[in-house]
Design a protein around this ligand. Structure first.
Ligand code: PLP
Length: 483
């Protein structure tokens, strides 16, 4: 054995460094949880950051623990309750520990023989979720690496099931151009999936939204009629549960009925908010999800898992076998009987991580209640923040939130300048200050600040402090402009 290989696989090194890393991460988690005064994201711009790591690579000295500390310092602090920007969950720490196990076991999961326990666990996790969503016993699906891959997987199945011929084998035939129908607010992965399938921009038929940014079900008939008049064959209707920008839930129940009446596949993008179905308090938002032909839910958003694990569920499980009806003789069994346990036949991935294991461990450790407690407290805080905003004369919520995504803007009384410029400027200053992380979005062409309340330790006091900061920054900008 060459000495370097001997060293790279030394179990004692692993034990020693592993213990130290767990200690380091424990202290990090403690400071985040105690809301230590610290920037919640690193101050560097991309070029400086790239320069730092380029130099670091050239530097001969290296000490693993100091590398870990530097990496933590230069990363976003998702576990800090004042990080409230994008839809990234602070993973439940033990799920990250389980992921360490997965990484080391590294059972690839393309076929059963490559990852026996993980394959079975994936099935158990999917059946658990399908049952919680109220889907029929025949439901089946796959875990995949992220919601974008999940949405593509579901829409590929929709295309195969609805377009009228075996498009997977035969390619595009002489039929009308295919399209999906989505709300104006759908995640961009929908448009991307349509383009990947070769349908271009016209393959996405947009249905207008109402003033709560939910798909306007009253406009469905007209949108479908217009699409047909333009020569399109609409194969699927997609519902948001919820939308990315404003967290609005589409009227899934009505949409499911419309899809059924018009022979459309009904897909629900529940990447962010599908987990509301697991609660008592907010499951009304997902009413109708159980009727969907396919559903996507990210465990790494509202279900406390580290990125990435996405469930793609099909009401008729047989559809999950048709999506990628491709032969790979060396890998996949041939013949009509398709085994559930060779997942490469049903996912984009060949090698796939042991995606279900961390979810399984959380279900066993904490039970369903964990997910419902988490979603309910995050959504409750969204409502509380909306109430707080509504009491301020110089703030304006964009809309009443359905869940934990809240959009608002600073709108000082008597100000008749450009609110978009003012709020974009405020956000830049919040980024420089780095005590909070918030993002911005556009709603009906207007710039709004946007928070996603993913951290169970964020409290209304933090949000109150955020408003104080925004007020101070906003007034400072106006004073400078008037000076
Ligand atoms: C509604 C919705 N769908 C899909 C996605 C894409 O999911 P992922 O980031 O896991 O690819 C997102 C991500 O923010 C989302 O909000």
């Amino acid at each position: 054995m060459k000495p370097l290989l001997e060293k790279a696989f030394d179990p004692e090194d692993f034990r020693r460094e592993g213990h130290k890393l767990v200690d380091l991460l424990t202290s990090y988690l403690e400071s985040c949880r105690q809301k230590a005064q610290m920037p919640v994201l690193p101050p560097s711009d991309p070029e400086t950051m790239a320069g730092f790591w380029k130099n670091d690579l050239l530097n001969p000295g290296f000490e693993l623990q100091s590398f870990y500390s530097t990496l933590i310092a230069q990363s976003n602090h998702i576990h800090h309750p004042r990080y409230m920007g994008h839809q990234v969950v602070p993973p439940a720490p033990l799920s990250a520990l389980t992921e360490l196990l997965e990484a080391l076991l590294n059972n690839g999961m393309a076929i059963y023989e490559m990852g026996p326990a993980a394959t079975a666990i994936e099935r158990v996790v999917l059946q658990w979720l399908a049952q919680r969503l109220g889907m029929p016993d025949a439901a089946d699906g796959v875990l995949t690496s992220g919601g974008s891959a999940g949405n593509l997987t579901a829409l590929l199945a929709a295309r195969q099931a609805v377009c009228g011929h075996n498009i997977w084998e035969e390619g595009n035939q002489d039929h009308a151009p295919l399209a999906i129908m989505v709300s104006d607010e759908a995640h961009y992965s929908m448009a991307r999936a349509a383009r990947i399938m070769g349908w271009g921009e016209k393959g996405v038929v947009k249905v207008p939204v109402n003033d709560r940014m939910q798909l306007d079900a009253g406009k469905l008939k007209e949108a479908l009629h217009d699409a047909k008049a333009r020569g399109l064959q609409v194969i699927a209707l997609v519902g948001n549960a919820c939308s990315t920008s404003t967290g609005s839930y589409d009227p899934l129940n009505e949409m499911a009925d419309f899809a059924q009446e018009n022979n459309l596949w009904f897909h629900v993008d529940g990447a962010h908010g599908g987990a509301a179905a697991l609660t008592n308090k907010y499951s009304h938002l997902t009413k109708g999800i159980e009727k969907a032909d396919s559903v996507v839910i990210d465990f790494h958003k509202m279900m406390l898992a580290p990125a990435l694990t996405t469930a793609v569920l099909f009401k008729n499980g047989a559809h999950s076998y048709e999506t990628f009806a491709q032969k790979a003789a060396y890998l996949l069994a041939s013949g009509a009987q398709k085994p559930w346990y060779d997942s490469a036949g049903r996912t984009l991935e060949c090698t796939k991580k042991m995606l279900g294991v961390k979810v399984y461990a959380m279900i066993k450790l904490y039970g369903d209640q964990l997910f419902s407690d988490y979603v309910e407290s995050a959504y409750d805080l969204g409502q509380e923040f909306f109430n707080l905003l509504s009491l301020q004369s110089d703030f304006e919520p964009a809309l009443k939130p359905d869940g934990n995504i809240v959009c608002f803007r600073f709108k000082p009384e008597g100000f008749n300048g450009n609110l978009c410029v003012l709020n974009a400027e405020i956000r830049k200053k919040i980024l420089n200050d780095a005590g909070f992380y918030v993002v911005q979005t556009q709603i009906l062409g207007q710039v709004y600040l946007r928070v996603t309340l993913m951290n169970p330790f964020t409290e209304i006091n933090d949000l109150n402090d955020l408003l104080l900061l925004i007020r101070e920054l906003g007034n400072g900008i106006l004073e400078t402009a008037n000076a």
